[in-house]
Design a protein around this ligand. Structure first.
Ligand code: HEC
Ligand code: HEC
Ligand code: HEC
Length: 209
């Protein structure tokens, strides 16, 4: 029996059975032996492809919940309003620790009352300034508690730029959505957009190390 003959019979075993019962059972045996290699390999490849797609493309979307900042904040506008650029709000305290996100007291000089017609400013003044409540900002770069990060070492010591790690937040006009990992509760900025860890920009992944 030639191989091409074999293949022809595999495609249509019923037709083969009609011809001759003995040869058909022989073909069945052959199919169980080496013929099953084809479908199994195919299923394996398909299954592998499907799990790659699920794992790399779909599950990151399911894994992260999207949250909006409590107030949409315009950095560009504010950097133009203050005298010392970023340091007006994000500065080092006398003991060398980094102030992080500014507290309400640093906004009050300008926002004791609503100044303009921006709905975000009205919301900010009515819900936080008047009620003396701190804004519960979501921190994109928040590290797990086990990680100690020193801004002083990186900014004063290594003279690194904010953009290198955080991306262009300081020039943005709106706060981007915050993506929280449903399982770990961490920000998506820690592991980055891509599970495989490819980075297009230095700030795509903020995992320490
Ligand atoms: C008038 C005060 C003010 C100034 C000036 C200011 N920021 Fe901010 N910054 C904020 C507030 C409020 C937030 C929290 C809201 C947010 O994340 O959008 C913030 C958040 C950030 C964050 C997000 C950190 C994180 O991981 O969540 C970065 C990065 C940042 N600022 C960088 C800068 C840079 C760079 C500059 C200078 C170009 C700057 N900021 C100037 C008030 C300020
Ligand atoms: C030096 C003065 C100054 C300081 C300090 C300041 N702001 Fe403003 N802010 C302004 C001005 C001016 C506007 C534009 C007024 C308008 O059109 O509503 C504004 C607009 C806003 C708006 C509406 C536009 C936007 O960003 O979406 C929000 C919200 C706001 N400020 C929040 C804050 C918060 C929070 C802080 C403290 C971290 C702060 N501001 C500190 C001057 C200031
Ligand atoms: C070497 C990388 C790196 C550089 C450079 C850097 N940051 Fe950060 N930043 C981080 C990390 C990591 C965190 C999270 C720290 C944590 O969770 O304890 C963070 C947190 C912050 C936060 C939120 C802190 C909080 O808890 O309120 C602000 C605001 C911020 N950075 C602003 C800045 C500004 C402004 C600059 C430039 C002057 C800057 N960062 C430079 C890595 C960096």
């Amino acid at each position: 029996m030639s191989t091409s003959d074999d293949n022809a019979k595999q495609i249509s075993p019923e037709a083969a059975g009609d011809d001759d019962a003995a040869s058909s059972s022989e073909i069945e045996k052959k199919e169980q032996g080496n013929g099953s290699f084809g479908p199994v390999t195919l299923f394996f490849i398909l299954g592998f492809a499907v799990s790659l797609i699920l794992g790399w493309v779909i599950s990151p979307e399911l894994l992260y919940s999207q949250k909006k900042q409590p107030i949409d904040y315009n950095h560009l506008l504010h950097v133009a309003e203050v005298d010392d650029g970023c340091e007006s709000c994000h500065f080092f305290r006398a003991d060398g620790t980094f102030s992080g996100i500014p507290k309400l007291e640093m906004c009050i000089d300008c926002h004791e009352e609503v100044q303009g017609e921006d709905p975000e400013e009205i919301k900010f003044v009515e819900e936080y300034v008047v009620k003396e409540r701190e804004v519960p900002w979501l921190i994109y770069s928040r590290q797990p508690d086990s990680v100690f990060f020193s801004h002083a070492a990186h900014i004063k010591g290594a003279k690194m730029d904010c953009v290198t790690c955080h991306g262009p937040i300081g020039e943005s006009e709106t706060s981007r959505v915050y993506e929280e990992n449903r399982i770990t509760g961490y920000s998506r900025d820690i592991w980055g957009k891509n599970i495989a860890g490819f980075k297009k920009n230095s700030w795509d992944r903020m995992k320490n190390g």
